[in-house]
Write a protein that binds this ligand. Structure first.
Ligand code: SAH
Ligand code: SF4
Length: 382
């Protein structure tokens, strides 16, 4: 079986070159061809020795994902559904803005965390994506966009791990993918512009701080263990006191001086004014001040059978006001249209009947993840 070179970060590729009997530095050339130029054909890698190219042709390949569907909206947002085999598919979304381009990436097919308000969670877990499958989303999108926009320079400046799946539950495969994103010979993204979003796997947050500290978003969704246990079952394992302590530890390594808390606004569940005040207490109790975190309130995107409703705009604004008045920077994520059933955290998942999903995807207005960039913008306003 040939090796997929998208599975390697630069260090891994250097090891692979060594195993082929080549000098390690050859890996830099190869890595640049793959990630910076988007090449997959070894014969096109003109400055590699012919002998190396021949070895690569027998031992390796650069193997991307098959695109099942693509939709380009009028505002430039693009959504791709990728085939990851055995009836599974994952989504990535590109959101262009004047000063940046953000790609939202999936880390798993499905998710095992079972959050009450998330349709990916309701679908259950199918499997972890490999490093190659994670990075292939960026590899494809970046080089597709350069061709599409006729640009030579980088198009994607920000990556958010907010697609399908819990990235920290797929830590071993995530790490080389993050390193490739940050590597100057790869995508050269700033640590501040790569965001991992997690439901709160505490030991993995500590590991990430050591191994590859990037911007961190934590899905909080409730001010008390009693409620969070019900909304995010992972809370039973890592309750709020442990989660917040892990956030504080992470800050010592983070590229930004705050953590972003995501909070999905659910009518009558977690959107009462006293719950906003509880959040303020929670945050202030942790470090005696409030500036160490920011809140991003996400209007709930309903899906069939969820039994939950989105909080009204008025209620969401009142909630935001309480946090802001306490000195906590708070943004409300924009949601464009209620007709969309594939927003961040709700992505398509298992695709047993590809045709129907393909049609549904094509029907959807692919603007929902513009919201992600508002999170990112908030995250950049240091
Ligand atoms: N598993 C990770 C990252 C993927 S989910 C995490 O939970 O953080 C990305 C974001 O979408 C999370 O903040 C999640 O809570 C949110 N989300 C999930 N389902 C949602 C829904 N139905 N409406 C709005 N946001 C949702
Ligand atoms: Fe998984 Fe995140 Fe959805 Fe929870 S919100 S089920 S962790 S994808």
């Amino acid at each position: 079986m040939t090796v997929n070179l998208l599975d390697f970060d630069l260090e891994g590729l250097a090891g692979f070159c060594e195993r082929l009997g080549e000098k390690r530095y050859r890996a830099v050339q190869l890595f640049r061809w793959i990630h910076q130029k988007g090449a997959s054909d070894f014969d096109a890698m003109s400055d590699l020795a012919k002998t190396l190219r021949e070895k690569l042709k027998t031992a390796a390949q650069v193997s991307g994902l098959k695109v099942l569907s693509e939709h380009i909206s009028t505002d430039g947002t693009i959504k791709w559904l990728f085939d990851v085999g055995a009836g599974n598919a994952v989504e990535s979304v590109f959101i262009p803005e004047e000063d940046r381009g953000t790609l939202c990436i999936s880390s798993q097919a499905g998710c095992a965390m079972g959050c009450r308000f998330c349709s990916t969670g309701h679908q259950g877990f199918s499997r972890n994506l490999s490093t190659g499958e994670i990075i292939a989303q960026l590899w494809f999108a970046e080089h597709f966009l350069r061709r599409h926009l006729k640009r030579d320079e980088r198009v994607i400046s920000n990556v958010v791990m907010m697609g399908m799946g819990e990235p920290l539950q797929n830590y071993a495969e995530l790490l080389p993918a993050l390193r490739t994103m940050l590597d100057d010979h790869g995508y050269g993204l700033s640590r501040r512009r790569v965001t991992v979003s997690t439901a709160g796997i505490v030991p993995k947050m500590d590991l990430l701080a050591q191994d590859c500290p990037v911007a961190l978003a934590v899905s909080l969704h409730a001010p008390s263990d009693e409620l969070r246990d019900r909304l995010v079952p992972l809370n039973k394992k890592y309750p709020l006191v442990e989660l917040l302590a892990a956030c504080e530890r992470y800050l010592a390594f983070a590229p930004r001086d705050f953590i972003t808390f995501e909070y999905c606004m659910l009518e009558g569940v977690n959107d009462r004014p006293e719950q906003a005040r509880e959040l303020v207490d929670l945050v202030q109790r942790q470090s005696g001040k409030s500036g160490w975190c920011k809140f991003n309130l996400i209007p709930f995107n309903p899906f069939a059978g969820s039994g939950l409703n989105r909080s009204s705009a008025q209620r969401t604004m009142a909630f935001a006001r309480i946090l802001t008045d306490a000195g906590i920077v708070t943004t409300i994520r924009k949601t464009r249209g209620d007709d969309i059933d594939a927003a961040c955290g709700q992505l398509a998942g298992d695709v047993m009947d590809r045709t129907r999903v393909g049609e549904r995807i094509a029907r959807q207005r692919t603007v929902m993840l513009t919201s992600v960039t508002s999170l990112d913008r908030a995250a950049q306003e240091t």
